[in-house]
Write a new protein. Structure first.
Lengths: 749, 81
């Protein structure tokens, strides 16, 4: 679908900044989140989790727990479906261990009781006998000879012969001849980098209320980024039909990819089936850290060659990602995104997906891409420093453009990388003087974006207002932007439209809210559903006037004759047609179902100033500017919020956040007290510049913006910190001890 | 015939070739044709792939048309956060 008559200009509602429809609910506490769900007679559940990193489960004895007053049900793996294969098996194994606990925090049993306290007490009475097994949590060690094998036979056929069984998937791509390219360079730099796993850090823990009867009919209310996926996966894991399970999403207190995954809903369903009562299950913060998806941790080697005048002649990268005790670390995206900002004749990238005794990784905003940018953009910065070149000019000189053969293969369509670099170059931040002890960092970042299965319905009320039903949970203000797009098409005020995230029984299948797809795909579907509605409105007007439907146009919220030849009729506003719709053909409902495939990739450029205290190793980010291509910003405030959110999370990832495992393989910092996410006082004002290079695959030119904003920060901050400290930082997070160690190593020569 | 570009890691299943020719008119036929000609590709394709047609990444739809002049790349299935 190409951009239509609007281009990126001439809008009346799109591009404005109306109040968010969920704002009052959220600031008054009226909004219902996952843990707010309740049902008469509901039980409360608690999960028994392994305290060991790797252990065979010899015996589970629940007799004492079941004898406790108030306890209504206990479930173990035996209470779930059998015979699953592929990813459903992996999900079930993660939801409830079968014969082996694979990481600290892995669920092994669960109990439902009349109160939360009784459930927690009963969980402590469930006796699990373990046989400890050797464990490994570091990616490089997990690939090394002698590392304990997490699961024999987990590797797919892509893995070259001779690799450790913990290497379960392999990716290789590129083009040209890198050795020839390195020979043409005036300077070749090669370096290695590591990043620790970080958590998505959403403030709302996972929570659900589930009910499943002996007849296989059930309901789930939960906080999720994708309730249709919850329906599909839960049906498979508890052994019922998907259509018998109705799933309703709550408001969501953050997801960032971590709520694309099913963890507790099947457990609550299995307990409910056994107890024949509704069961509520809310994770503690510690459970969220120990057992839900952090990112992959990485180990990366980068080699780049450059001429004296800044032309990159060749680039190669090796990316090793551990994704916990299951296949799925997004190493192919790390590899494919790594060099995407650069037009390269010679490029080669390799990725390894490695299993270890950690929780199953989950997506986190542009999964895999931020780490790649950290490694690649650090080496580009080193090259710029050594060759005394301007980092923005070097990136402009090598920038991917429309028609460039991407590092991952195909030619780019219309993209806006150069425009973000030009906007960054023109921004006052780029030339602002730095104070003593400060350094500046620049980085670009890339993400693919996604379309996906989407269904939308738009129904008119008799008073001329509109109910818009979408199937993608609102994780970033999408109800506002959907309402704006519908208002734009229908020609009515934004306030006359209420957008609802509908349950699984109301719409056709909608893919998860992931891949920065919602404003693109649900937006496209909303526009098409509105146009379907307009067509029906015009048909009603044509019938009333006794003229052909083709002789009616829709302008400014009214049906009008298309010209003098169509006849002289007063314009018919939407509200007047809606008022009589019951007597002119029945309800008017527009809808659209499709899998839009023109998401349009996205680039960003970030500028960061950081100040490093060389005595304490503390870093302060003093200025931050995000420049990103949004295609078309539907609600600019939300777009700016996504830009700022990505930068804020990137600051945490770069400077403080990390999973810390002890020698025993247990997570040592499973609370926000010890796992330090940035708070408002840690952050500077984050300036934003919205670049609009229309996406040819959307009627208004929209590109997703939710993920690209977290691609450049790790690198931009690392470059700023390295330039401020005078030593290259190669491991994240750049916490005070790491900065002091790097300074000490430099002093030691 | 449509020239289909594979990522290098798939060479092991196509007799060392990174480009193969498939008789196809849409993405679904490309994928079916690949499995028919090179059965070793089936697990990778079953695990999920996207197909870039003239620079546009087709993540799911099997009905997207391709022609002899199309630039076609197999890339791994996209998923995001």
């Amino acid at each position: 679908m190409a951009p239509d008559g609007h281009g990126t200009n001439g809008f009346k509602v799109v591009g404005t900044r109306p109040n968010r429809p969920d704002g009052v609910d959220k600031v008054t506490g009226r909004a219902k989140f996952g843990a707010d769900a309740a049902a008469p007679g509901m039980l409360h559940a608690a999960i028994v989790r392994s305290p060991h990193a790797h252990a065979k489960i010899l015996k589970i004895d629940s007799a004492k727990a079941e004898a406790m007053k108030g306890v209504k049900a206990v479930v173990t793996r035996a209470d779930f479906a059998e015979g699953l294969t592929g990813e459903n098996w992996n999900i079930l194994e993660n939801v409830m261990a079968s014969d082996t606990a694979l990481y600290d925090g892995h669920a092994v049993a669960a109990v439902a009781a009349s109160t939360p306290l009784a459930a927690r007490d009963a969980a402590k009475l469930i006796e699990v006998e373990y046989e400890l097994l050797p464990h490994v949590t570091d990616v490089d060690k997990a690939m090394g000879s002698g590392a304990p094998v997490i699961r024999t036979g987990a590797a797919d056929k892509s893995v070259p012969e001779g690799m450790h069984p913990n290497v379960v998937r392999y990716h290789e791509s590129g083009h040209g001849d890198v050795e020839k390219g390195f020979a043409e360079a005036d300077l070749v730099l090669e370096d290695s980098f590591k990043t620790e796993a970080t958590h998505q850090g959403y403030i709302e823990p996972h929570a659900c209320l589930a009910q499943l009867g002996p007849d296989g009919k059930g309901e789930v209310w939960c906080c999720t980024q994708g309730h249709f996926n919850v329906q599909k996966v839960c049906a498979a894991l508890v052994g019922t039909d998907a259509s018998q399970l109705r799933v309703t999403p709550s408001e969501i207190g953050g997801g960032f990819g971590g709520k694309t995954v099913v963890f507790i809903e099947p457990v609550a369903l299995a307990l409910s089936r056994k107890a024949n009562r509704p069961v509520k299950l809310v994770m503690s913060r510690s459970e969220v850290f120990r057992a839900t998806g952090p990112t992959a941790s990485t180990s990366m080697d980068i080699k780049i060659g450059m001429t004296r005048d800044g032309k990159i002649t060749a680039a190669q990268g090796v990316f090793r990602l551990q994704g916990g005790a299951f296949p799925g670390a997004p190493m192919e995206f790390t590899a494919m995104c790594a060099f995407a900002p650069y037009a390269l004749e010679n490029v080669h990238q390799v990725g390894y997906d490695v299993m270890s005794n950690r929780p199953k990784q989950a997506a986190y905003r542009a999964p895999g891409s931020p780490m790649a940018a950290f490694a690649v953009e650090s080496v580009v910065d080193q090259l710029c420093n050594e060759l005394d070149l301007d980092p923005i000019e070097v990136r402009l000189k090598n920038a991917s453009k429309e028609g460039t053969k991407a590092s991952f293969g195909p030619k780019f369509d219309r993209i806006g990388l150069v425009e973000t670099l030009e906007a960054a170059k023109a921004h006052p931040h780029h030339k602002a003087p730095l104070a003593e002890g400060q350094g500046r960092g620049i980085s670009c970042g890339f993400w693919f974006n996604h379309g996906g299965e989407t269904a939308v319905s738009l129904a008119l009320s008799e008073d001329g207002t509109v109910s818009l039903s979408v199937g993608t949970p609102d994780i970033g203000g999408s109800r506002a932007s959907m309402g704006q797009m519908a208002a734009e098409e229908l020609g009515i005020p934004y306030e006359k439209i209420r957008t609802t995230v509908a349950d699984t029984a109301t719409l056709g299948y909608n893919e998860i809210s992931h891949g920065s797809r919602v404003t693109y795909a649900s937006g496209l579907a909303t526009i098409q559903a509105a146009r379907d509605t307009v067509q029906k409105l015009c048909a009603r007007a044509a019938a009333k006037w006794g003229i052909d439907e083709d002789a009616v146009v829709w302008e400014d919220g009214c049906a009008k004759p298309s010209g003098p030849n169509a006849g002289e009729f007063e314009p018919l506003p939407l509200a007047r047609i809606a008022r009589s719709m019951g007597r002119t053909g029945g309800p008017i409902v527009g809808h659209f179902e499709a899998t839009p495939e023109g998401a349009g990739v996205s680039f960003a450029t970030h500028i960061v100033d950081a100040e490093v205290d060389k005595e304490t190793g503390q870093t302060k980010v003093v200025r931050y500017t995000v420049v990103q291509d949004a295609g078309k910003a539907i609600h600019p405030t939300y777009v700016e919020g996504q830009f700022q959110g990505g930068a804020a999370q990137g600051i945490g990832w770069a400077l403080n956040e990390e999973y810390i495992y002890g020698e025993d393989g247990r997570l040592q910092n499973s609370l926000f007290l010890d796992y330090r996410i940035p708070v408002a006082s840690d952050l500077p004002m984050i300036d934003t510049v919205i670049v609009e290079v229309p996406n040819p695959g959307h009627p208004y030119g929209v590109r997703g913006v939710g993920e690209t904003s977290i691609c450049p920060p790790l690198a931009a901050i690392a470059n700023a910190v390295s330039n401020a400290a005078g030593v290259r930082l190669k491991e994240l997070p750049m916490s005070p001890p790491r900065i002091l160690a790097a300074l000490a190593a430099q002093a030691d020569g | 015939m449509v020239e289909v570009n594979l990522w290098s890691g798939l060479k092991a299943f196509t007799d060392g070739q990174e480009k193969v020719e498939i008789d196809a008119k849409n993405v679904g036929e490309v994928l079916r044709g690949l499995v028919q000609a090179y059965p070793g590709l089936e697990p990778a394709i079953e695990a999920g792939v996207s197909v870039a047609v003239d620079g546009r990444i087709v993540a799911s739809s099997l009905t997207e048309p391709v022609s002899e002049t199309s630039e076609v790349y197999l890339i791994q299935r996209l998923r995001g956060g």
